[in-house]
Design a protein around this ligand. Sequence first.
Ligand code: IMP
Length: 182
Amino acid sequence: MNNYYKHIGKVLISSEELDKRIGELADRINTEYKDSNSLVIVGILKGSFVFLGDLIKKINIPVKVEFIRVSSYEGTSSTGKMKLNTPFTGDIKGKDVILVEDIVDTGLTISFLNDLFKKEQARSIKVCTLLSKPGSRKVHVNVDYEGFKIGNDFIVGYGLDYNGMYRNLPYIALYNQKIDDK
Ligand code: IMP
């Protein structure tokens, strides 16, 4: 049990800071989409589920919620090519879509989904991410709603994982890989 927390380093963003910033993002969405009757928020699994859960509780206009799961398939070297884990069945034709991400890193996920939803004829597509690592981009992506910019360090918590773990932490912290597990 205690080993679980051994790798957790400095807390970068506390739960109070997360709550405050998410309130600000939700306020902007509430204002900017108040006249849209077709807002669909699409959470990108798995990492976005905690952020999305808190964000939508602060949305006070009509909204539908969908999820999509993507992964990058990697051979011996990372190709960076993306694929859908399961076909997307949500109805987004003619709808105002906001893609919700935990973190935009290389930008490949958002770029792939942007193209996909354009093909599906969404009326508009915007991107909302809790975190962004601007120093790690491989492709340029527009981010419309951004919680916090961070450096290139690997972080966990609040939905973000290392090998499936630490999504439950209520804060964002640095992950120290170098610590010995014994
Ligand atoms: P990208 O923008 O396509 O490179 O991918 C973003 C995805 O990479 C996110 O949804 C996360 O799942 C994962 N990711 C990137 N940086 C981190 C990190 O520091 N901690 C945990 N997951 C990360």
